[in-house]
Design a protein around this ligand. Structure first.
Ligand SMILES: Cc1cc2nc3c(=O)[nH]c(=O)nc-3n(C[C@H](O)[C@H](O)[C@H](O)COP(=O)(O)O)c2cc1C
Length: 211
């Protein structure tokens, strides 16, 4: 059965957020069309996503030096185990949909924490004599992102570092298909905001039929 991980990095729901509204239009349509697929929502603002901190480094260090998991402190155990759970969950899915707002030229920090959690040698990529090689070569991914200004073209294009960063991460993992669906310019052109949103929702519904 195809497994789809719907990963949202937004504190708001679809009633307040453009990204979440477009994400909902996409995933609702996708579910209607693919009733036999398993779709799981991973809400990064509600989940425990440990940062790589001093407990994680010391826990990893103990394991690398040959100590058993039982010899870790309770904080080390809890964080190291949760990070392992997150990457195992990630690799067990076939398709990923990331939904993020555009904040200060990128995505919210919890999304970076999640990327740090799932970027694990031997799980999402591996080291070889020729350099790192991605292991997720049979996956597919989509990034839905709302941006107040216009970044897909024009003078601000070089300032976009959220989708571009995620695109590099997907390449690093070997994911062969990664698309972007953007809602943009609604803050810069408030008179067109409703039209921009409706247009993005329509594109999301269309894409859900072929993704
Ligand atoms: C903390 C914060 C930072 C933002 N930074 C940018 C920015 O760098 N460029 C931009 O065009 N819009 C920026 N915006 C506007 C958002 O991109 C815009 O409101 C977008 O709709 C956010 O997605 P959402 O509707 O899903 O919340 C920012 C908004 C917030 C709250």
């Amino acid at each position: 059965m195809t497994k789809v991980l719907y990963i949202t990095a937004h504190p708001h729901d679809d009633t307040q957020s453009y990204s979440m509204a477009v994400g909902k239009a996409f995933i609702d349509t996708y579910k209607e069309k693919n009733t036999d697929h398993e779709v799981v929502h991973l809400d990064l603002y509600k989940e425990n996503i440990p940062q790589i901190d001093v407990d994680v480094f010391s826990g990893w260090g103990k394991l690398q030096s040959g100590k058993g998991f039982d010899e870790l402190s309770s904080e080390e155990k809890e964080k190291v185990a949760r990070l392992g759970e997150l990457v195992d969950q990630f690799v067990s899915f076939d398709k990923y949909i990331f939904v993020t707002p555009f904040w200060n030229f990128s995505f919210p920090p919890v999304m970076k924490a999640y990327i740090d959690a799932v970027s694990v040698a031997g799980k999402t990529f591996k080291y070889t004599a020729e350099g790192p090689v991605g292991l997720l070569t049979d996956k597919k991914a989509l990034h839905i992102q709302a941006r107040g200004g216009v970044y897909s073209e024009g003078p601000a294009a070089d300032f976009e570092m959220g989708h571009r960063y995620l695109s590099i991460i997907m390449q690093f993992y070997g994911v062969p298909s990664f698309e972007g669906l953007f809602v943009e310019g609604h803050a810069a052109m408030p008179e067109k905001a409703q039209e921009i949103k409706e247009n993005a929702i329509a594109r999301a519904k269309d894409l859900a039929h072929t993704f």
